[in-house]
Write a protein that binds this ligand. Structure first.
Ligand SMILES: Nc1ncnc2c1ncn2[C@@H]1O[C@H](COP(=O)(O)OP(=O)(O)O)[C@@H](O)[C@H]1O
Ligand SMILES: O=C(O)[C@@H](COP(=O)(O)O)OP(=O)(O)O
Length: 309
């Protein structure tokens, strides 16, 4: 690669060669189709080349992209693009994707992460593994179960035991989850957390009230479709389909519980049928929340264009 002839993009603390792929991805996140996004990234690259630009400041590049989009009548995309660049560059966001086992939280979390360029995705089952290393089975037996088998180790045969077991199991994992959220907010690091343990009623109010924390619950209303996802997963992972089918009734109860409690707490619920549509819906929800966050900061579009990238 001839770096001599490349355009360099200069950020506050680093420089990188101009990448049409990176620019195209941020345009896709703002709602453009990948083919159009790539075309526009290419146009902007050509424009800079023609003007013989060798180094461009990130803030200038952002401004150029914004006005170029406006000139092509992509006003809404321009606004979204600006919002995303502003937020992801300078402000941490924590995206929580909850949902019962098999509804697609890991799939959708990774898709959103790649669209937004967020490099950190953490599954709550990984956090559960860490918690198991530090908390003994004797102390919290439900932690050593799965979300759908935790009821087996409850002390008494309680009413509503499947959900009670699920809650005890998730409560322990959530302590670890909240630690990760706190750390990311303090360090200014964006992250996506996903998994069945993100129970709407158990997450503390202070997270739900934080403008930087965005919570979405996924569901599949159709039982048959949900079941099929375990067959699909079983083919490509070491997680045996039979295990999930055996406990499917309880997993469905958990799915219903997640939806019901999300609605109660005003958390958006998205049905995951087609991946692209689910991602689109989630990105729209996230964008709306980011708008509120920026409004709370009292920033106008002009301020966003001027803010150092
Ligand atoms: N919208 C979708 N359409 C088709 N298959 C999907 C969709 N979302 C997820 N899947 C597949 O369903 C299975 C379960 O999804 P996964 O993300 O592992 O669920 P979870 O993390 O919620 O347990 C995986 O094989 C995944 O590839
Ligand atoms: O407890 C549970 O429901 C699942 C959560 O993982 P996902 O299916 O949500 O990825 O973990 P398991 O114990 O089956 O490995």
């Amino acid at each position: 690669m001839d770096l001599q002839n490349d355009i360099v993009v200069r950020g506050k603390s680093y420089e990188m060669p101009f990448s049409k792929g990176v620019l195209a991805r941020s345009l896709t996140a703002a709602g453009l189709k990948p083919s159009i996004a790539y075309r526009i990234a290419w146009d902007i690259y050509e424009m800079l080349k023609k003007e013989n630009v060798k180094v461009i400041d990130k803030t200038d590049l952002r401004r150029r992209v914004y006005y170029y989009l406006i000139s092509k009548n992509y006003d809404e995309v321009a606004k979204k693009y600006l919002l995303w660049r502003m937020v992801l560059g300078r402000r941490p966001i924590v995206i929580l994707i909850g949902g019962a086992s098999g509804v697609g939280t890991s799939t959708i979390a990774f898709e959103i992460a790649s669209r937004l360029g967020i490099s950190s995705v953490i599954g709550t089952d990984s956090i559960r593994e860490v918690m198991r290393k530090v908390i003994s089975r004797e102390l919290i037996p439900t932690l050593y179960e799965s979300s759908y088998t935790a009821w087996r180790v409850l002390r008494d045969d309680e009413e509503n035991k499947y959900i009670k077991g699920f809650e005890r199991h998730s409560e322990a994992v959530l302590t670890g989850v909240e630690g990760v959220i706190d750390r990311c907010l303090v360090e200014g690091q964006s992250v996506i957390l996903e998994g069945t343990h993100l129970v709407p009623t158990l997450l503390k109010d202070k997270y739900l009230e934080n403008a930087h924390v965005i919570f979405i619950v996924l569901t599949i209303y159709n039982e048959k479709l949900h079941k099929m996802r375990f067959y699909a997963r079983g083919r490509v992972s070491s997680r045996p389909t039979e295990r999930y089918l055996k406990h499917f009734k309880i997993i469905r109860l958990i799915n219903d519980y997640m939806v019901e409690t999300a609605k109660k707490r005003g958390i958006p619920v998205v049905e995951n049928i087609k991946i692209s549509e689910t991602v689109e819906k989630c990105l729209n929800i996230i964008t709306e929340r980011l708008k509120t966050m920026i409004e709370l900061e009292g920033l106008s579009e002009e301020d966003m264009l001027e803010e150092e990238a």
